[in-house]
Design a protein. Structure first.
Length: 356
C-alpha cells in the first residue's frame, strides 16, 4: 500500500503540472501622486497639464512652461551645472574627463590622419562645401543667414550645428500649440533653454582655452593660448575655438532632451548616438576638431539636457496587487524530491510545470 502510493505520487510528478493563478489586473496601487490629480498646481490650469502613459506601469505629467521660462531658467541652469560639477560625483567625472582628454591628445594626430585617409578611400570629401540660400542686408551689411551643405561631410557638419533640430523642434512646438500637447511645448522650450545655457558655457570655455583647430596646423595636436584677448580671438576664431566641440555638445543635449521627454520611443538614443558619432568623424575628416575635443563636449551636452528636463513634470508608477503572480508564463522542468510526511518516506521524480 505504502509503495503503491509513493509510485503514484512519483508518476504524477513526472506529468505536466499546470498552475493556474489568475491575477486581478484591474486593481492598481498609485505609488506616486500625479500632477493631473490636482485641480490646481501652483495656479496651473488643468488644461496646461498633459499626462502621458509611457508604458504599462508608468505615466508622466508635463506642465506647459511660461513663454519666457526658457530664458529666465538659464541662471538656475548655470547654478545647477556648477553644483553638479563640484559635487563628489561631479569631481570624479571631471577627473575621468581630464584623463580621457589627455589620453586622446596623445593620438590626436594619427587618429585624424586615419579618419581622413579612410574618407579619401570611401570617397567622402572633407571639403567644407556650402551654398548660401538665405541672405539679407542689415544696415548696408550683407548677412548670410543660412548656408546649406553641398556634400555628405558638410551635411553631417550641418546636422551638428543644430539647425535641423531647431527646424524639427519648431514643428513640434506648432503641433503642441495646435493640439494642446504640453509635452511637445515643454520639449521645445527645453531645447531653446538647453541650447542657450549650454552654448554660452561652451563659448566661455573655448575663449578660456584657445585651442587651435586642426586645419590651422600641420603638426602636433594644436597650440593652446589660454584666455586670448577678445580682439585676437575674433580676428582668427579657428585658431582658438577647437575645445570643446560645440557641435557634439549640441547633439548630445538634443538627444538627451528628446529621450527624456519621450522615453517610450526607444530608438531615440541609439539612432541619435550613431548620428552623433558620424558628426564627430565628419569634423575630423574636414579638420575642424580633434578627437580630444569630444569628451568634455559630450559631458556638457548631457548634463544640460538632464538639468533642463528635470523640471515641470511628475512621474506616477503603478504596481499590480491582489492575486497577480510575477511568475506567470514561466516554464520549468527538473528533478524534484517527492514524498509523504505521513509515511516518512521520500523519492526522486521529475517535475514539468507551467504557470498560467
Amino acid at each position: 500500500m505504502k509503495k503503491g502510493i509513493l509510485l503514484l505520487v512519483a508518476l504524477a510528478a513526472a506529468t505536466l503540472q499546470v498552475k493556474a493563478q489568475i491575477g486581478n489586473n484591474a486593481d492598481t496601487t498609485l505609488l506616486a501622486k500625479p500632477i493631473s490629480d490636482s485641480v490646481s498646481v501652483a495656479g496651473v490650469k488643468p488644461s496646461h497639464i498633459t499626462t502621458v502613459a509611457v508604458n504599462d506601469t508608468t505615466a508622466i505629467s508635463y506642465i506647459r512652461p511660461q513663454g519666457y521660462h526658457f530664458i529666465t531658467n538659464i541662471p538656475k541652469d548655470w547654478l545647477e551645472f556648477g553644483q553638479r560639477t563640484v559635487s563628489k560625483k561631479g569631481l570624479i567625472t571631471v577627473g575621468a574627463l581630464a584623463a580621457s582628454t589627455a589620453l586622446l591628445m596623445t593620438i590626436d594626430r594619427p587618429a585624424m590622419d586615419a579618419v581622413q585617409q579612410f574618407g579619401r578611400w570611401a570617397g567622402v570629401s572633407g571639403e567644407r562645401k556650402f551654398a548660401n540660400t538665405i541672405k539679407f542686408k542689415m544696415g548696408g551689411t550683407a548677412v548670410n543667414f543660412m548656408d546649406l551643405p553641398q556634400n555628405l561631410n558638410s551635411t553631417l557638419y550641418f546636422i551638428g550645428e543644430g539647425w535641423p533640430t531647431i527646424a524639427f523642434t519648431a514643428g513640434v512646438l506648432v503641433k503642441g500649440l495646435i493640439t494642446n500637447d504640453n509635452r511637445a511645448i515643454q520639449t521645445a522650450s527645453q531645447i531653446g533653454e538647453g541650447y542657450l545655457a549650454m552654448g554660452i558655457t561652451v563659448q566661455l570655455i573655448k575663449r578660456l582655452t584657445g585651442r587651435q583647430s586642426p586645419f590651422k596646423t600641420t603638426k602636433g595636436s594644436g597650440n593652446w593660448q589660454l584666455a586670448p584677448a577678445y580682439s585676437h580671438y575674433q580676428g582668427d576664431v579657428p585658431n582658438h575655438d577647437a575645445f570643446p566641440s560645440g557641435h557634439l555638445a549640441t547633439a548630445m543635449a538634443s538627444i538627451t532632451i528628446y529621450a527624456e521627454n519621450y522615453p517610450e520611443i526607444r530608438w531615440i538614443r541609439p539612432v541619435g548616438y550613431t548620428v552623433m558619432g558620424l558628426v564627430g568623424l565628419a569634423m575630423m575628416n574636414n579638420g575642424v576638431h580633434w578627437m580630444s575635443d569630444y569628451p568634455l563636449a559630450i559631458a556638457i551636452g548631457y548634463t544640460y539636457g538632464k538639468i533642463v528636463t528635470s523640471r515641470d513634470k511628475s512621474i506616477r508608477v503603478f504596481s499590480r496587487r491582489g492575486n497577480h503572480n510575477p511568475e506567470v508564463g514561466k516554464l520549468s522542468f527538473g528533478p524534484k524530491v517527492i514524498g509523504s510526511p505521513y509515511y516518512q518516506d521520500y523519492t526522486l521524480g521529475l517535475s514539468l510545470s507551467l504557470t498560467l
